[in-house]
Ligand binder design. Structure first.
Ligand SMILES: Cc1cc2nc3c(=O)[nH]c(=O)nc-3n(C[C@H](O)[C@H](O)[C@H](O)COP(=O)(O)O)c2cc1C
Length: 343
């Protein structure tokens, strides 16, 4: 029989999908409108959507964000995601591997990702609070090219069996200083503030995924799992992805910014990039496609998104990621008010 931890992984998957069906698509990125320029003076075949970061370069700026692994069922999903990542050449993160540190039976559900995609760009994942030695173990388990360290205080609070000790900075600094791949500190959907970003920058972090509100909602998922206490008043907790990207601008650090949270289409990706994200992760939406349209459906969707992102770059007159910084946009009154109050 699988452990309670493995069972939790299955529950996350099922509840995330049920909530996606129930709530439909959240219009997260409607608070940003890009300004149309009828004369971009560019051809689609002159566009490159490649993204270059200090330690690596990727042909596609969006990737499959951390979700699964740890149980037999989630291992099968990891296998399918890895095959799609290989065929499309996009990067992929696995879900938290901390379960594999305790339970050797869980390892295969992560190892399969490297077996299926020997040359792909794969991101390992572990929670903050672990020592560097654990982080290196989860990197080695899948021969990862980078490591995501997730911070998820709000999820832990609502989770029935969640942590209550959030002294994490020291262990994050330890991981960043001692593992042998680039480290991305990542929120799981509650966003980031200028203060959080500045604190991460000060301890030597180079990459941050602001992981904002607007997509998969872990307060809602854990609240559905939590049968004893009600935390439904926390369902709107945190900064949205667009608010978090504005926070990152205001924080004014040399951090390399990534984004995730509520991405539903290539225009959302473009908007996140215009606001400063170098890479954009997609979790819940790709899971939804995989579960409903099977592996071929997801493969097809990602190929279409790659094609359409080239077209959207041309539409806004950006031949490459550097030129995205020149794209004009306006904010909704609410977002503009947020930005003003946070200056
Ligand atoms: C079923 C599921 C499991 C997840 N598990 C993890 C995890 O183990 N580690 C992590 O960093 N993020 C995890 N996430 C969070 C995603 O990586 C992402 O940050 C979040 O879902 C917001 O993106 P989205 O709106 O595109 O889903 C999970 C998401 C889903 C849907």
């Amino acid at each position: 029989m699988e452990s309670a931890h493995a069972h939790r992984k299955d529950e996350h998957l099922t509840i995330a999908e049920v909530q996606m069906r129930k709530n439909g698509l959240v219009e997260n990125f409607n608070d940003i409108r890009l300004i149309h320029n009828g004369l971009p003076e560019l051809a689609v075949n002159e566009v490159s959507i490649a993204t270059t970061l200090p330690d690596f370069k990727l042909d596609t700026p969006f990737y499959i964000e951390a979700m699964t692994g740890g149980s037999e069922k989630t291992g099968k999903i990891n296998q399918q995601l890895a095959q799609v990542a290989k065929e499309t050449g996009i990067a992929m993160a696995v879900g938290s591997e901390s379960i594999a540190l305790k339970d050797p039976a869980a390892r295969a559900s992560f190892e399969v990702v490297r077996q299926e995609n020997p040359d792909g760009f794969i991101l390992a994942n572990i929670g903050a609070g672990h020592p560097a030695q654990h982080a290196q173990q989860v990197i080695d388990l899948i021969g990862a090219n980078a490591l995501e360290v997730h911070i998820n205080t709000a999820q832990e609070i609502v989770m029935p069996e969640g942590d209550r000790n959030f002294h994490w900075l020291e262990s994050i600094a330890d991981i960043v200083a001692n593992v042998n791949v680039p480290v991305i500190v990542k929120e799981v959907g509650f966003g980031m503030s200028q203060t959080t970003l500045q604190m991460l920058n000060e301890i030597g972090v180079k990459y941050v995924n602001v992981g904002g509100r607007g997509g998969t909602n872990f307060a809602a998922i854990e609240n559905q799992r939590n049968h004893n206490e009600d935390y439904s008043y926390l369902l709107d907790w945190g900064q949205t992805t667009t608010e978090s990207l504005l926070e990152a601008r205001l924080a004014d650090t040399p951090l390399n910014i990534l984004a995730t949270g509520g991405i539903q289409n290539p225009l959302d990706i473009l908007k996140a990039q215009v606001l400063g994200a170098k890479m954009v992760g997609v979790a819940g939406h790709f899971l939804h496609t995989l579960l409903n349209d099977k592996q071929d459906g997801l493969l097809n969707e990602i190929i279409i998104w790659q094609k359409q992102l080239h077209e959207l770059y041309a539409l806004v007159g950006a031949a490459n990621e550097n030129e995205l910084a020149d794209v004009d946009y306006v904010m909704s009154a609410e977002l503009e008010s947020f930005a003003r109050q946070r200056m």
